[in-house]
Design a protein around this ligand. Structure first.
Ligand SMILES: [Zn+2]
Length: 377
């Protein structure tokens, strides 16, 4: 009989040291293959399908492969770092934002949660199934034994699960074993607890990034895509898909303006606007003030004002409030309690139109500049 250092059991790679590293590497490889196979169907950033469909495909086909079988290992955050990196990188590609974008932005926009949360949800679901078994079953007897002897302190799977239930403020595992709840009820309880924990944590992280000051962080709702990325049925899909990347870059603070280039470039970049040469090219200057882009801006700003109607007197607002509406109209309202989503979607459509038109005009004017001037050196 050959001596092997790893073997696959029900699709999960097991090694003699019971370490999850090999299984994680295998999952990563399979998930990458699946992702590439879906690219021909349009699962990629610019020019692909709309972000909502892309995220749905990714959640349905790639994430289950990425996290397959890992609930039986309960790997540490350190072990799953490659998976977290893969998830963030792919999300940024789908959302057409640079890899340098603040990580919370990818979760807030996509409505996904980190890999750690997904693995915890699966482990809790597995435990819920064990609790529903008959008291004489091996798994349930083992659970009783481990939790009675070690509680939270041991190194067994059940002890680690006890730590997880404490983390998400769920009932004690022993209580669940004695008084199991139905499968659907347990799923609802765990999903709510895990999403609440990560929702709060990611929102707190996002508030520490100055680049995300215009993004409506409060609308992060795990499991649901951010309203900024939603394309309604009345909007022309292909046109909106084209316009979205400029908007997402602007709202996540990663659109390349002279002021950001001057702040992050080692070379001596001049932050002055290369088109009008009158002041620093900040977000506000680019979107609302640059005189060279005024002809593009005027009509669309009127359209935004008329879409806002009497509820928001757009033309009378100060520039910072106007900028907030243009970058993320949802940051000014409580979407959860606002029934008028069509009204907001219409404003959002015009703001996307404005950002895209300004971007195209800026690009066109840049192409006319001498090469050296184009880089602002
Ligand atoms: Zn300018």
């Amino acid at each position: 009989m050959p001596v092997v250092d790893k073997t696959t059991h029900v699709g999960v790679v097991r090694t003699p040291d019971n370490s999850p590293t090999t299984a994680i590497q295998e999952n990563l490889q399979k998930a990458r293959r699946t992702l590439y196979s879906l690219m021909s169907a349009g699962l990629h950033g610019e020019n692909g399908l709309d972000p909502e469909t892309c995220i749905h495909l990714f959640r349905t086909y790639v994430i289950p492969i990425l996290t397959y079988g890992l609930e039986i290992y309960l790997p540490s955050p350190n072990d799953i770092r490659p998976l977290e990196m893969f998830l963030k990188k792919v999300l940024k590609q789908i959302l057409s934002i640079p890899v340098t974008t603040a990580d919370p932005a990818s979760f807030i926009l996509s409505g996904l949660v980190p890999v750690e949360a997904i693995i915890h949800l699966r482990a809790l679901s597995l435990f819920g199934n064990i609790a529903l078994l008959d008291d004489s079953s091996i798994e349930k007897r083992l659970a009783y034994r481990q939790l009675t002897i070690h509680g939270h302190t041991g190194s067994s799977w059940f002890s680690n699960l006890a730590i997880i239930t404490t983390k998400y403020e769920l009932p004690n595992p022993m209580e669940i074993l004695r008084d199991p709840v139905s499968k659907s009820q347990w799923k609802t309880v765990t999903l709510r607890a895990v999403y609440a924990y990560w929702g709060k944590r990611i929102k707190q992280q996002a508030l520490t990034y100055s680049s995300l000051e215009y993004l409506s962080v409060g609308h992060y709702n795990p499991g649901k895509i951010h309203p900024l990325l939603r394309i309604t049925e009345t909007q022309t899909q292909s046109r909106e898909v084209n316009r979205l990347p400029v908007k997402t870059k602007l709202v996540t603070g990663t659109y390349s303006l002279q002021s950001t280039r001057a702040a992050f470039n080692n070379l001596d970049v001049d932050p002055t606007c290369l088109l009008c040469k009158t002041s620093t090219e900040t977000l506000e200057h680019f979107i609302l003030h640059c005189t060279k882009l005024q002809h593009v801006r005027v009509q669309i700003l009127c359209d935004i004002a008329s879409a806002c109607g009497e509820n928001i007197n757009f033309s009378q607002l100060c520039t910072s409030d106007q900028l907030r509406i243009i970058l993320d109209v949802y940051s000014t309202v409580d979407v959860v309690h606002n029934k008028n989503t069509e009204y907001l979607a219409e404003i959002d459509r015009h703001t996307r139109r404005l950002c895209h038109a300004l971007h195209c005009e800026r690009k066109k004017l840049f192409a006319l500049l001498p090469t050296r001037r184009r880089y602002g050196l």
